[in-house]
Design a protein around this ligand. Structure first.
Ligand SMILES: [Zn+2]
Length: 475
């Protein structure tokens, strides 16, 4: 067996065809399923062919995959990339702690260059981890200069992203129609032939004139929308009822979390075709509401997965799949036990969460015609795992292996839009050193504006306190 990650291989040049040979191809294409000993040929940004014993084009680079898992790149449908310089600070935070520190106390500290540094690092991290498309839920953009910086960073790494323009720090949604979003659309997003596309991230939606104007604007400009929703004691059923009554829910609307919503809200969401983004790592710890996998599946609401913010939790989509499946199965068993029953067969399967993490994300972004599965004609966003580590010996159940065995350290090769950006475990044409330097400068500045006492208090929240309610403008 050829061992990935050990044998030296020539690095594919831009524009050179690439043939992955004899991989275990987890296509996520319902017609093909998992294909063993299968070749995948990529040419000119697209998957040209999937099959056995494909002919090798002249000047192609052949990657001898030898049974390694090849899957479509992960799609994260909700990540606050602007917070990534504060990585891990909130490991013990609840949602209330997060709102207190980042969204109230520290939000004003972020300069445009801090947004740039965090977004740039976050893009590099995504590539490194096999997350080939990220929705940047960019809700810290208090000025147009902050927004420009966010977008600059997304464009400066050749990976796929959806810029979701947000400003949760504003008193209302009037910013959507004051010209800044139009300017951004005209100046940076007039072409559809680019890796970064744009939509809106709207928080604080209620039946106000500003919210109605923002929703009207999105409809007129055909901009998809993402919103936090179904967050316990923050955004509940009234938000969904308003969006429904105003005719704003549609297949281009994604609702994040959803655990605090009633069955009636789920029925309205399902009828509209809107999508759900479940952030199980976040919901498990922060308390937005229980990851509503069962409800979404029962009503037929399409699911995608997301990481929320690396200021709290990981950016690891393997972990997202695990957290989602663990939460769902634990609850199903728990409910059955309370009723004196046992669960004989698990309903939600590893392949289900793998679909949520790939094709489900592509669907939520309206990109499933182009990405999300390994299908001839689609754009080549691919992730090849190593085959020579203990955990990769031996792969009997590919989907289960991806969910419960594999991790970020197993990501060998990452291709986005047909271009190899990680090869043999190392980034290619993506500047990690620059990202690290920018983040270091940003952290130095941010920490200089926060007292040591406050920093320590943030890192170590006081012991458990229950409150009946808390409210905030922004989550
Ligand atoms: Zn969020």
């Amino acid at each position: 067996m050829h061992n990935l990650g050990i044998a030296a291989r020539p690095t594919p040049r831009l524009g050179q065809p690439v043939l992955f040979r004899r991989a275990t191809v987890v296509t996520m294409n319902p017609h093909d399923g998992v294909l063993r000993d299968t070749d995948v040929l990529v040419r000119n940004s697209r998957i040209e062919a999937v099959g056995r014993h494909l002919e090798v084009p002249a000047n192609a680079v052949v990657i001898e995959a030898d049974g390694a898992l090849l899957l479509p790149g992960f799609v994260d449908t909700h990540r606050h990339m602007w917070q990534s310089a504060l990585r891990g600070v909130g490991a013990d935070w609840t949602l209330g702690n997060y709102v207190q520190w980042i969204m109230i106390k520290w939000r004003h500290l972020f300069r445009p260059q801090d947004i740039y540094a965090a977004n740039y690092m976050s893009m590099v991290e995504a590539v490194y981890d096999g997350v080939t498309t990220v929705l940047d839920y960019s809700h810290g953009l208090r000025t147009p200069e902050h927004a420009e910086a966010a977008v600059d960073a997304l464009f400066d790494v050749p990976a796929r992203a959806r810029f979701a323009y947000g400003n949760a720090l504003a008193p209302d949604l009037g910013w959507v129609v004051d010209g800044r979003v139009d300017d951004m659309l005209d100046n940076r997003f007039s072409s559809t032939d680019q890796l970064v596309t744009m939509q809106l991230a709207l928080d604080g939606i209620s039946p106000t004139d500003e919210a109605k104007a923002a929703l009207d604007f999105a409809r007129a400009r055909e901009l998809p929308i993402i919103s936090h929703a179904g967050v316990f004691k923050a955004y509940e059923d009234a938000q969904i009822a308003f969006l429904h009554a105003y005719g704003a829910l549609s297949p281009s609307y994604t609702l994040v979390h959803g655990g605090a919503l009633s069955d009636e809200s789920f029925r309205l969401i399902a009828d509209s075709g809107a999508h759900l983004s479940i952030s199980a790592e976040s919901e498990d710890s922060a308390g937005q509401g229980y990851p509503p996998v069962s409800q979404a599946r029962r009503f037929g609401v399409p699911i995608s997965l997301s990481m929320d913010s690396v200021a709290w939790w990981s950016g690891d989509m393997f972990s997202a799949m695990r957290a989602t499946l663990n939460a769902e199965r634990a609850m199903v068993h728990h409910i059955a036990h309370q009723q004196g029953n046992v669960v004989v067969n698990n309903d939600t399967r590893a392949m289900d969460v793998l679909e949520y993490a790939t094709l489900g994300g592509a669907r939520a972004l309206g990109l499933d015609d182009e990405i999300g599965s390994i299908t001839p004609g689609k754009l080549a966003d691919l992730v090849l795992l190593r085959n020579d580590t203990p955990v990769m010996t031996t792969v009997h159940n590919p989907a289960g292996h991806l969910v419960f065995q594999a991790g970020r350290g197993d990501v060998d090769t990452v291709m986005i839009n047909g271009r190899v950006l990680k090869y043999q475990g190392r980034l290619v044409g993506v500047d990690l050193d620059r990202a690290r330097s920018l983040v270091a400068q940003s952290v130095e500045y941010l920490r200089s504006r926060i007292s040591n006492a406050e920093w320590e208090e943030a890192l170590i929240p006081p012991p458990y306190v229950a409150r009946q309610t808390w409210r905030s403008q922004s989550v």
